[in-house]
Design a protein around this ligand. Structure first.
Ligand code: GLU
Length: 411
């Protein structure tokens, strides 16, 4: 089964439970459009290399397509389509006026020089330009892309459009229309969701421990904001390995160490552990914040956490979901838990449209309020239908998407 088919398993459960209109279910099953592009780049050694990229617009029913662009050697059309589908559902759960989209380029960016990376980024925008725009499809950062990449994309698109176009892209630096609070936003949302789940279980943050897999933008901010909230973070992992500290990490210090050395591994005073040990760690909260398909039928039974909060997109397979449900682990699904990033992207877009900027406090307060509301909406649906939070989140998303389809005369 490929990842796109896998992603439909909880969706189909939701469709069945809520008895969704067959037409709406059929529309949601496939992306509206997916573009494959080839991007020639003049490399530093004088040769020309051709890269493959994608942009998929899964849905524009609730608004323009919205979602990040990923640079990774394992990017595929299937993965991009799946991630675009998750964005549609994520935006609907968060209550944003957006559909869902995603892009990606097959590349290991660590192998490119800065100039090559910029040329690739500009070439990608040139190729997808007819599809994107402030009211059509709004890209953002995802794995291995950041504010600098967004800045190049904004510049390239503005040149093509012949005018300043900050609203066509989010996750930009503050100097070109970015929003305060955007960098930490996904991690902040993950922590807000986890704290709400702890509250439901009657656990105070200072009584809780956490393990975080992944130390990119999402993982590092999740870890740091867990520390701020008083949760003891005892295990951390990145692509190079994992580390453990029984009395908890100062995650800001680990971050500074990782920025200096390129990895969290070797952090003074930590004990090296394996990724498998990290995922099986006896903690209150496990936060997979790395990449898809991390909790599988092979390792789900080893999970000792009572709450899983998905910072990554699609870290848990449907088989793992079943095992975790049987074990009584509360899984806060990706399309709810990691919606904080796109929520603040939405705030950035609004600020760009108005050319009027908010304080960081305004951003954080609004984000927190929206995420808590979404959490309780999903939790209430889970109770109403007697289903796990993941299926409930799809029920919430499908509810608003199907309603819009009906009003628009699509079904
Ligand atoms: N790439 C992020 C995600 O998967 C953010 C998308 C956005 O801000 O549009 O949710």
């Amino acid at each position: 089964m490929n990842i796109f088919e896998m992603a439909h398993i909880p969706l189909n459960k939701a469709i069945e439970v809520m008895q969704l209109d067959a037409g709406a279910a059929a529309i949601i099953a496939t992306p509206e459009r997916t573009l494959e592009v080839s991007i020639p780049v003049k490399m530093d050694d004088g040769s020309t290399k051709v890269f493959t990229g994608y942009r998929s617009q899964h849905s524009t029913v609730l608004g323009p397509a919205k979602g990040g662009v990923r640079y990774h050697q394992n990017v595929s059309m299937d993965e991009v389509k799946t991630l675009a589908f998750w964005m549609t559902c994520k935006c609907a759960v968060a209550g944003l006026p957006y559909g869902g989209g995603k892009g990606g380029i097959i590349v290991d960016p660590a192998q490119l020089s800065k100039r090559e990376l910029e040329a690739l980024t500009r070439g990608y925008i040139d190729k997808i330009a007819p599809l994107i725009g402030e009211k059509k499809d709004i890209p953002a950062p995802d794995m291995n892309t950041n504010a600098q990449v967004m800045g190049w994309m904004m510049d390239e698109y503005s040149k093509i459009a012949g005018q300043f176009e900050p609203g066509f892209i989010t996750g930009k630096a503050i100097g070109v229309g970015g929003s305060l609070g955007r960098t930490a936003a996904t991690g902040r949302g993950v922590v807000v969701a986890a704290l709400e789940a702890l509250k439901l279980q009657g656990i105070e943050p200072y009584e809780a421990t956490a393990a975080v897999q992944g130390f990119g933008n999402v993982g590092s901010w999740t870890a740091k904001l867990f520390c701020d909230a008083g949760v003891k973070v005892i295990a951390l992992g990145d692509v190079n390995g994992a580390i453990y500290k029984a009395d908890g990490f100062d995650c800001y210090d680990v971050d500074a160490y990782a920025k200096k050395t390129g990895s969290i591994v070797g952090y003074p005073g930590s004990k090296p552990i394996t990724n498998a040990q990290l995922l099986a760690m006896e903690v209150t909260v496990l936060a997979p914040c790395a990449i898809e398909l991390q909790l599988t039928k092979e390792n789900a039974a080893d999970v000792s956490a009572s709450i899983i909060v998905e910072g990554a997109n699609g870290p848990t397979t449907p088989e793992a979901d079943e095992i975790l449900e049987e074990k009584g682990v509360l899984v806060i699904p990706d399309i709810l838990a990691n919606g904080g990033g796109v929520t603040v992207s939405y705030f950035e877009w609004v600020q760009n449209l108005y050319r009027y900027f908010w304080t960081e406090k305004e951003v954080i307060d609004k984000q927190t309020e929206m995420m808590i509301k979404a959490f309780h909406e999903v939790h209430a649906k889970a109770k109403e239908y007697g289903v796990p939070l993941r299926v409930a989140a799809y029920i919430v998303a499908l509810g608003s998407i199907a309603e819009a389809m009906k009003i628009r005369g699509m079904v």
